[in-house]
Design a protein around this ligand. Structure first.
Ligand SMILES: [Mn+2]
Length: 431
């Protein structure tokens, strides 16, 4: 039986206060959709199939290269991170899984952690390795790289850490390993560009060989930072080549923030899906670079266009199931509120994409009617599906307005009392 962290009576009280308004909005939207030949109940059922994983590192304040301003009652260890994740899922009903990051989240007792997750109605998504910083007592530094380091000892240490993550993940019930390395160079000439990728592939093969048959290895690319001249896995092309070289269990992971400004990310999504290498996403938003802003906060149309490609891919192959994860850094908001809002924004794009009249779009494309093709997408994007999302939550036992219900619960104030800051608390990060 699932333990609810927020008192269910409080959630019911919140829902009771908004139920009449929601029903009226839902009925009005249902009438409008019906005149377009769309059944609102089918869309609500579609909304309920949506799930996105929470990043354990996202429930604490992230910080920037300049400073971190922690909030009150932040989780101090992985068990407290799970509690916060459970609150997010209880109210949104869209985030049933958590993605852990090692060694930040290394549990002293993995079996006990899995039991805690079970009791909270959560399970574990892909685990993430970390070879972009040194840990206390580490034998070989990653200052000059990890999987691609010149030092063979550093490379072997990085491979061993990834294999250790797989072992931990097996105990926790994970089915995937996400590998992101910050390896690269800050000066022209610092790296032999081809040699560093050769070392990456050699190391990655060592990790791949340790993957269980039913696991996937997600290769995450990133244009720049911390390496500012060249990054070894900088783009989807390199990621694709690496995934092809490694084998069927290696897939590409698209972090929306890891591209140059104005990059056509939805086209990258279409390309990777076409060739069977789209593994999953880290959702966030950005204005300038890898800003890790809340999903849909800057360019919701881009998020919609990504889901439009995913809807097309699913029509072509019903078994297509990329992994959805959030990856954001929260600096000026309560991380729980940001993650709840973001999960809803990604779910919104998912439902809007399901609204696209694909037959009409195909006909417009066939007729070279560029204007009406664009309008077919805009028509879906402009439809406010908020009542559908709220109804999906309500029917699943969540909150009509998750942020309002969360604030009314006083969870953060109680956490501030329960969780005074302590030295050496496990970190939050940006990846
Ligand atoms: Mn990421």
């Amino acid at each position: 039986m699932t333990t609810n962290i927020i008192d269910t009576a409080q959630v019911e009280q919140h829902n009771a206060s908004q139920r009449t308004t929601l029903q009226a909005d839902y009925d009005a939207l249902g009438g409008m959709l019906s005149r377009r030949g769309v059944d609102i109940e089918a869309l609500t059922a579609t909304a309920q199939t949506f799930a996105v994983a929470l990043p354990s590192w996202g429930v604490g304040t992230g910080g920037t290269r300049f400073a971190r301003f922690p909030g009150k009652g932040e989780p101090r260890d992985v068990t407290e991170k799970l509690e916060d994740c459970a609150v997010i899922h209880q109210l949104t009903r869209a985030t049933p899984t958590v993605s852990l990051h090692f060694p930040w989240d290394r549990p002293s007792d993995p079996k006990a952690l899995r039991q805690q997750a079970d009791s909270l109605g959560l399970s574990f998504d892909a685990v993430n390795s970390n070879t972009f910083q040194d840990q206390p007592g580490q034998a070989h530094s990653y200052k000059y790289g990890s999987l691609t380091a010149q030092s063979q000892a550093a490379r072997e240490q990085a491979v061993a850490h990834n294999i250790d993550c797989i072992e931990l993940g097996k105990t926790l019930g994970s089915k995937g390993l996400t590998v992101w390395v910050g390896d690269g160079a800050n000066f022209p000439g610092q790296h032999n560009l081809r040699g560093s990728l050769e070392r990456y592939l050699d190391s990655a093969k060592g990790i791949y060989a340790a993957l269980p048959d039913d696991w996937l290895m997600y290769i995450e690319h990133k244009l720049f930072e911390p390496a500012f001249y060249c990054t070894v896995i900088a783009d989807w092309g390199t990621s694709f080549a690496a995934a092809q070289t490694l084998g069927d269990k290696a897939k590409c992971l698209v972090d929306l923030g890891h591209h140059a400004p104005n990059t056509n990310i939805e086209m990258i999504v279409a390309r990777l899906a076409q060739f069977g290498k789209l593994g999953g996403f880290h959702f966030n938003d950005s204005k300038y670079g890898d800003d890790d802003l809340d999903s849909g906060s800057i360019d919701p149309f881009q998020l919609f266009l990504v889901f439009n490609e995913l809807a097309d891919a699913t029509l072509r192959d019903a078994s297509f199931r990329p992994a959805y994860m959030l990856d954001q850094s929260h600096n000026v908001t309560d991380p729980i509120e940001s993650l709840m809002s973001s999960a809803v924004e990604v779910q919104r794009a998912f439902v809007q994409a399901a609204l696209v009249d694909r037959k009409a779009l195909a006909n417009f494309q066939e007729a070279n009617d560029a204007l009406q093709s664009a309008q077919a997408l805009k028509k879906a994007f402009r439809t406010d599906v908020s009542p559908i999302l709220a109804m999906a939550r309500l029917r699943a036992g969540g909150a009509i307005d998750p942020v309002a219900a969360y604030r009314a619960s006083g969870y953060r104030e109680k956490a501030a009392v329960k969780r005074p800051p302590k030295a050496g608390a496990s970190g939050s990060g940006i990846v």
